[in-house]
Design a protein around this ligand. Structure first.
Ligand code: AMP
Ligand code: GLY
Length: 425
């Protein structure tokens, strides 16, 4: 099969690494890809919002399966575009249709969806310019901390949590009237604060059958001890020790099944990943958010634990034959430590020469996030640069390997958190 993966982060490198190992894989393309995917696939320079160009690339290169890694093209309707074309609709496609992608694209939609289908989540109310005064009064009536969420996609920055009522009111005005996150914050949810530990649960579905992939925990803040600004994710661990069988059973019964049933009831034919961000509140799972893609850096620990042929599983999913798939999981623990650019998630410089790749243990998987190949050199090209994944029999030994590799890679401004997984030991 010829495969096209859309995206250019560590998640897409991990997908490419796994798919390239499948005997079913002939040619593998990644758009736009990075210096890591360039080593195992062919990078193609395609804009992810130019569906026409992506479509003609697929036809020209006899692509048999498209895997959409990132959410924006899904929210913009790439799956619908492929379905509507007589030739493109024959290509196996992993990625939600626009109606399904609203689970991530609109937090107001996903909140209504959860309430309608009895899925446990934080209580919340939505405000816009028509009832802003009501929103300000509502904030005053709420206990702190206050959680404000922009309705639309805001590049991971649309959630603000504050203890300060005055600041919360100011933020609500800035979001709605000042378009702090552009049109994404025209509507804002004010949500009950849930206190607990988070985990990420991933479901692959063909619309009817589903597989729950290994669970993972992500470390979102830039600073150690979960302090400082939110990032895309600074590291991850899989499995999550507290996500035992009993807890996962609750997630499956109270969250996964009702979510899939809800999608069916809404006549949304969902083929792809559902990433459910869950808060464990005293042993009870609550949905924090849905995403319509895999997590990054969670993918960098989830995919290496899947022993089965992942391309075969994806192909069966796209053919609505997921019920026939079997997934074997590596019992070992996977950890990943994300190296980032100095200054991230605020301003940072790119184009720093990276060295030391040859020094790291050959068992460590170096998944490239923001890198580019230029004149034979690997340069930094983003905030998150490189995810160093290790597998071992214990969390401690996996972390030791990831951290050893983290020390051996060099570039100006390198930063990483030293406490990934330390809260789980
Ligand atoms: P999101 O962009 O929806 O992933 O939210 C970013 C982060 O904000 C989440 O990963 C949580 O850590 C936090 N968060 C979101 N909603 C809540 C909530 N209702 N209670 C507590 N924390 C939350
Ligand atoms: N790591 C969190 C995310 O991918 O959104």
């Amino acid at each position: 099969m010829n495969i096209l993966i859309l995206g250019s982060g560590g998640r897409e490198h991990a997908f490419a690494w796994k798919i390239a190992q499948s005997p079913l894989c002939s040619q593998l393309f990644v758009a736009a890809g990075n210096a890591g995917t360039a080593q195992i696939a062919q990078n193609v320079n395609l804009s992810l919002s130019d569906f026409e160009k992506i479509g003609s690339f697929c036809l020209k290169n006899n692509i048999n399966l498209v895997l959409v890694g990132t959410e924006t093209p899904l929210v913009e309707g790439i799956a619908d575009y492929f379905q509507a074309d007589a030739n493109l609709s024959k290509i196996q496609f992993i990625g939600a249709v626009k109606a399904g992608a609203r689970l991530e694209g609109s937090k107001d939609f996903s909140k209504d969806f959860m309430l309608k289908y009895g899925i446990p989540t934080a209580a919340s109310r939505t405000f816009d310019h028509t009832n802003l005064a009501e929103g300000l009064a509502y904030i005053e009536s709420q206990p702190t901390p206050i959680v404000l969420k922009a309705d639309g996609l805001a590049a991971g920055k649309g959630v603000i949590i504050t203890e300060d009522i005055t600041e919360a009111k100011q933020l609500l005005i800035e979001m709605i009237e000042g378009a702090k996150f552009g049109s994404a914050s025209a509507k804002v949810l004010i949500e009950q604060f849930l206190s607990g530990i988070e985990l990420s649960v991933f479901v692959l579905t063909d619309g009817v059958s589903y597989l729950i992939l290994p669970s993972a925990k992500d470390y979102k803040r830039i600073g150690e001890g979960d302090t400082g600004l939110n990032t895309g994710g600074m590291g991850a661990v899989s499995p999550v020790p507290f996500a035992n069988q009993a807890f996962m059973y609750k997630i499956e019964q109270h969250i996964v099944k009702p979510t899939l049933k809800g999608l069916q009831s809404e006549n949304i034919d969902y083929v792809g990943f559902i990433f459910i961000g869950i808060m464990n509140v005293d042993g009870e799972p609550y949905v924090i958010e849905y995403n319509v893609r895999m997590g990054d850096p969670e993918t960098e620990v989830v995919i290496p634990r899947i022993k089965s042929d992942f391309l075969e599983i994806l192909s069966l999913t796209a053919q609505k034959r997921l019920a026939e798939a079997k997934m074997e999981i590596d019992e070992r623990t996977a950890t990943t430590v994300m190296l980032v650019s100095g200054g991230y998630p605020e301003d940072f410089e790119k184009g720093k020469v990276m060295t030391g790749f040859e020094k790291i243990d050959s068992e460590v998987l170096a998944f490239h996030a923001g890198t580019v190949l230029k004149d034979g050199k690997i340069l930094t090209a983003g905030g998150r640069v490189l995810a160093l994944t290790s597998l071992a029999d214990s969390l401690e030994s996996a972390l030791e390997k990831s951290y050893k590799a983290a020390q051996l890679i060099s570039y100006e401004g390198k930063y990483y958190r030293n406490d990934i997984g330390k809260d789980l030991g």
